[in-house]
Design a protein around this ligand. Structure first.
Ligand code: IMP
Length: 423
């Protein structure tokens, strides 16, 4: 059976968690392929709001198996907290939550290194979530990392000590003020490790290969967004993994020719958390309104998200890099009540109008070219069929589809599982 893929097309926080949860009924397996607890996937159903960081968003469906793939980096302490927060749902993790032996472990000193690196950068900081993501992927590619599978061998603590000592020397080298008590951090780390050892560790590429032979349906779940991709994002203001479609192949061991549908999720406007270029960012009342109505605060860090109009140039780029076959538009309800909406259809760059993301995408070099749309007044969150939506919203959607040459199959009109219009 082919594998479907779901990923974010902007700077993250598009609402992937909600859609994975919504689609899980169609899949036997949900497999997360990259990132770590820098992600915050928010799900709402039956009056409950739940945020997941590392655990795949299919976890609430008892029949689905959730796989944390080799491309993911795991902080045992955060993972343990996620498991504790799920305790009240009576889920049987032993059977439904499987972890790849090849996934790398975030050590306490990775988090400290993240903080030291960011502090040393001053104003040029990335705006990292400080979860140790960058340093852990650096140790992975530097071939120094510790993997989940290492926990099955007795000597892993020697490896740990060597690496932690090296990290401490590096932290000193940064010569910035990072306060820490390693003994305390290690205590909770080792405790959390013992607890996650009760879960099943698997060779996930083999498991997923066999699942395909057995005709199981698989949805690969991405984290962050395409514009935060280490290669194709707004470097260096990106995360440290491949968030785009190719990341699902390397992060799960799935062959490219086995991928069928690529679901691309985007918000009806744009947000970004952390530093870095954002051409359509708004500093006026419109931006403040999006932030307020959309409750735009980071699910992991609580930081306010920067808000702006939909950037079709950036979205087109993401559709192209990922080979998106179906689009899902989120948070259309947040735009209700705006008299006029704007969509960026080109950039003015060095005196010319361009329709691609230039290498140097600094805000001062770019001026967005906007097309204006009439807004709609009514609250759309109670609509359940597409035809009943206001004509001005349908015009907005049609324009996006025509520009991107990909159909919008889901329109989300509120955070709850039920507030979802399937076309
Ligand atoms: P890091 O991956 O935590 O190092 O953060 C690098 C950049 O990616 C920062 O600008 C973060 O704000 C951003 N980022 C990381 N994870 C997410 C996410 O899940 N949603 C939105 N932005 C994220």
């Amino acid at each position: 059976m082919a594998v479907d893929l779901l990923l974010g097309l902007q700077w993250g926080d598009e609402g992937k968690g909600k859609i994975v949860d919504y689609l899980t009924k169609n899949y036997n397996i949900i497999a997360r392929f990259q990132g770590g607890p820098n992600a915050g996937h928010t799900l709402e159903f039956d009056g409950i709001k739940h945020v997941l960081h590392t655990i795949p968003s299919g976890i609430f469906h008892k029949e689905a198996v959730n796989v944390v793939g080799n491309g993911v980096v795991i902080d045992p302490v955060i993972f343990q907290k996620e498991l504790n927060a799920l305790a009240k749902f009576n889920l049987d993790f032993k059977e439904t939550l499987l972890i790849s032996r090849k996934a790398h472990i975030i050590l306490p000193t990775h988090r400290l290194l993240d903080a030291a690196s960011e502090t040393s950068k001053g104003k040029a900081k990335i705006g990292s979530t400080l979860k140790g993501i960058g340093p852990t992927y650096m140790d992975k590619t530097g071939r120094n990392g510790i993997r989940i599978g290492d926990l099955e061998f007795d000597n892993w603590k020697e490896k740990y000590r060597q690496l932690a000592n090296k990290h401490q020397a590096l932290i000193e080298f940064y010569n910035v003020d990072v306060q820490y008590n390693l003994k305390e951090l290690e205590h909770e780390f080792f405790e959390a490790i013992e607890s996650i050892k009760s879960l099943q560790f698997i060779d996930s590429e083999e498991y997923l290969h066999q699942a395909q032979i057995d005709n199981k349906t698989i949805l690969a779940e991405g984290a962050q967004g395409s514009l935060l991709d280490i290669d194709f994002g707004t470097y260096p203001f990106v995360t440290s993994s491949n968030t785009t479609a190719a990341g699902a192949c390397t992060g799960l061991g799935i062959a490219p020719n086995k991928i069928k549908n690529v679901f691309g999720i985007f918000k009806a406007y744009t947000t970004r958390v952390g530093s870095g270029p954002f051409p359509t960012e708004l500093f006026d009342e419109d931006g403040a309104r999006m932030a307020k109505v959309g409750n735009e605060f980071g699910a992991t860090t609580g930081r306010p998200r920067r808000c702006g109009w939909l950037d079709l140039v950036a979205l087109k780029y993401a559709v192209q890099v990922n080979g998106v076959t179906e689009l899902m538009m989120m948070k259309g309800d947040v735009l209700s009540g705006f008299k006029t909406l704007k969509v960026c259809v080109a950039y003015k760059y060095k005196g010319e109008e361009i329709q691609h993301l230039p290498y140097n995408i600094e805000a001062e070099n770019l001026e967005p070219v906007y097309k204006e749309f009439k807004g709609w007044k009514e609250d759309i969150s109670k609509h359940s069929d597409f035809d009943s939506l206001p004509q001005t919203l349908k015009d907005y959607i049609k324009f996006i589809e025509d520009e991107l040459h990909v159909p919008i199959k889901i329109v989300s009109v509120g955070p709850d599982r039920k507030e979802t219009i399937l076309r």
